[in-house]
Design a protein around this ligand. Structure first.
Ligand code: SAM
Length: 706
């Protein structure tokens, strides 16, 4: 037994939790690599849940006095009783039985690292303009908890995650343990990495391992550390970083170059790869032969490497051309070594891969390949008898562009070669490079200003350009019309808006899940505190991002109306130009994540809270079963619920009639009876078991994966 193990055993004997915590940290240290990212994971997050009623057994903090801007006391207390609005609380952590009484209103519930959480969802409104399309969902929540809840509804099902996390600029852009992380915080980077790692580890469970992508935006403050973290968290993925010009004017940086770009990390899982798309000319270099709008004919004679006859003797053969029509009449066999001129054929000219200086080269294709491709119209003869003839060919890559319709074939020329319509050279078909300088990605114009048109008078710091997010996703979801996209740092809701635009462009039914907390901006917090408001007060909460920006922005995008009901002024630009007042034929529903106390909740209420999670798991579309069915079962478009197993026959018959039903939720604590129902379900309907204490189905331990 090593000294360390012995010490750990002693610590465990005295305090089991302390021992376990120490052991975990030692393991983390032991697993550290010599090279790579080392950071302190020792700072557990304790997340305050303002507005959540205080109940017996909760962990709480005492709020600072109304009107005070001071940081509150960070001590964590445990609630022993709550009677008539007064809570008896005991100092947590075993430092002595200090018990005090406080008005429950002056307490805020805290979810500490590894506390069990019982999440629920409460609908706070919806907009419906999309017929039977699935709903975009917006969840007002601490994203770590929302991600955990989504592991129940979307494990392995997400096609693309786009996130724009706080950049950790040191300028009060995010909080850890309820405190802004400032520039001089020694643990600034550790805290950020710990926060990100926890979320990425859970997000990983949501991504489809066979084909999905994670896109993370970041700037120069954390891109190095983020890159390493992504490599460590997704060792199996292919990762690329794009530099995106977001501000041509460049923001001055003290004693440094002006900052004009930010970065996009693409983490590609399984078969995921960027698609070749029709793009504006801006996306590719104007130089070179690739993007000219014309199909490219290459020389048959090999250039570059392996260009000598001796490198490929089988590719030194004559091609006989009629000099009056430039039509290939005959393809000869490779000449014997040492022979440099072809047998003559009457009236025809033989072309060999011989350069002007007389040196002998080789053709890129064998005679057999040449003959087949000649038939396909992929050969063209240039020049004439006097100047000499040149053989041009359509190589496989270019020919594929014709086959795929990127270039329209118009017929055959008199020499039998394919003729192709010239494309508009302002649009190119390409997979772009890793440096994007696209005018529509300007965050000021197409982020802040666009948002101001939709939500006049409301501000949000640094929304992304709508078109930048649209483009970032486009490369991975263009050919996935039913893609599920997730943004768990949704902010003003740009991703959901971008997904709606993508749907409009091709009639897709993609859905976006947006998660954001209801954080009130630092500047507004000050004014609210002075007016004696605190987090949890309705007046405070209405200024939070989710309620004040995310939800109204998505509503406005769909309805085409500002929150005051006025048509939004202006037009969408680029790829799909139309009036913003037209809105979108889409559906969206808004939810707040709740934290339930399983013991205090009756069956009906518990079910109500998990009902949206079941509906989301079944695809977030059509009607929802919101209450426990009196008949013991219910079936809607996309799923069914059986609570009384004696009604199994009626239930199975009903769900068989529902063509689009995907899931049958079967409520029972009895394994045998569950199996019996599962066997009777029609094909294509997945049985999912729920325990009778509804909330326990969704219980998770905060931070359990570390
Ligand atoms: C940089 S902004 C994203 C902006 C967004 N891309 C846009 O275009 O509007 C990050 C957002 O994540 C939210 N956020 C930060 N930490 C969070 C957390 N732990 N849970 C949920 N949301 C969080 C912040 O409130 C902020 O609105």
């Amino acid at each position: 037994m090593s000294r360390l193990t012995e010490l750990l055993a002693r610590a465990k004997a005295q305090d089991a939790q302390l021992g376990a915590d120490l052991e975990r940290e030692v393991k983390a240290l032991q697993s550290r690599r010599a090279f790579g990212l080392n950071f302190e994971r020792h700072q557990p997050e304790a997340i305050e849940l303002p507005g959540r009623p205080v109940r017996k057994g909760d962990k709480v903090r005492v709020l600072p006095e109304r009107g005070s801007a001071a940081k509150g006391d960070q001590t964590i207390w445990t609630v022993r009783t709550v009677t008539k609005g007064v809570a008896r609380i005991e100092r947590a952590g075993g430092t002595g039985p200090e018990v005090i009484e406080m008005p429950a209103d002056d307490l805020v519930v805290v979810a500490e690292f590894r506390d069990p959480i019982f999440p629920g969802l409460v609908s706070t409104g919806k907009v419906e303009r999309g017929g039977d399309k699935p709903f975009h969902t917006v969840i007002n929540a601490e994203n770590y908890h929302a991600l955990k809840a989504l592991t129940y509804t979307h494990r392995g099902k997400v096609d693309a995650i786009y996130i724009d996390p706080p950049y950790n600029s040191g300028a009060r852009d995010w909080k850890y343990n309820n405190d802004y992380v400032e520039a001089d915080d020694h643990y600034r980077h550790s805290k950020w990495l710990a926060m990100m790692e926890r979320r990425l580890l859970t997000a990983r469970d949501l991504l489809n391992p066979r084909n999905s992508v994670l896109i993370v935006t970041i700037d120069e403050k954390e891109y190095l550390r983020l890159g390493l973290l992504l490599e460590q968290t997704f060792p199996e993925a292919r990762i690329q970083m794009i530099s995106v010009l977001i501000n041509t004017a460049a923001v001055a940086r003290g004693a440094g170059f002006g900052r004009s770009d930010e970065y996009l990390f693409y983490v590609m899982l399984g078969a995921a790869a960027p698609e070749r798309l029709r793009l504006d000319r801006e996306w590719v270099s104007g130089r070179g032969r690739t993007h000219t709008g014309r199909v490219r004919w290459d020389l048959l004679r090999r250039s570059g490497t392996n260009t000598q006859r001796s490198h490929s003797p089988g590719c030194f053969y004559p091609i006989y051309v009629d000099p009056d029509t430039n039509v290939v009449q005959y393809v000869g066999e490779p000449l014997s070594p040492g022979v440099s001129s072809a047998p003559e054929l009457p009236g025809l000219v033989a072309i060999l891969p011989i350069r002007q200086d007389g040196s002998e080269g080789n053709w890129q294709w064998s005679p057999t390949t040449f003959r087949t491709r000649l038939e396909e119209g992929r050969v063209k003869i240039g020049g004439n008898d006097r100047r000499g003839f040149t053989v041009y060919i359509l190589k496989p890559g270019e020919y594929k562009k014709i086959q795929s319709g990127e270039f329209q074939e118009t017929g055959r020329a008199s020499d039998g070669s394919i003729t192709v319509e010239e494309n508009d050279s302002s649009v190119v078909s390409a997979i772009p490079g890793t440096q994007w300088k696209i005018s529509s990605h300007d965050a000021t114009q197409y982020g802040s200003r666009l948002l101001a048109k939709m939500l006049p008078g409301r501000t949000f710091p640094f929304p992304k350009s709508l078109y930048a997010v649209e483009d970032s996703l486009r490369f991975f979801v263009s050919s996935k019309p039913n893609a599920i996209v997730l943004d768990f740092f949704a902010g003003s809701g740009t991703s959901a808006h971008a997904v709606m635009r993508l749907n409009r462009q091709d009639g897709g039914r993609r859905q976006c899940i947006s998660v954001t907390n209801n954080e009130v901006a630092a500047s507004e917090q000050k004014a609210l505190r002075e007016r004696e408001f605190r987090p949890g007060d309705p007046t405070w909460e209405q200024w939070g991002i989710a309620d004040h920006v995310t939800k109204p922005r998505i509503e406005a995008a769909i309805t085409g109306r500002t929150p005051d009901g006025a048509p939004i002024k202006g037009d969408y630009k680029f790829i799909d130009e139309f009036s913003m007042a037209d809105g979108f034929a889409e559906n969206a529903e808004f939810f707040t994540l709740t934290y339930e106390a399983p013991l205090a909740v009756d069956h009906n209420r518990a079910f109500e809270r998990i009902a949206p999670l079941l509906w989301m798991r079944a695809g977030s579309r059509g009607p929802r079963i919101d209450a426990l069915p009196a008949a013991g079962w219910a079936v809607v478009d996309s799923y069914g619920l059986l609570t009384d197993l004696d009604q199994m026959e009626l239930f199975c018959a009903a769900i068989s009639r529902e063509e689009d039903a995907r899931i049958a939720f079967i409520v029972t604590n009895d394994n045998r009876r569950y199996e019996a129902v599962a066997r009777e379900l029609p094909e294509g309907v997945e049985p999912v078991r729920l325990y009778e204490s509804y909330l326990s189905n969704f219980r998770f331990a905060s931070g359990g994966e570390e």
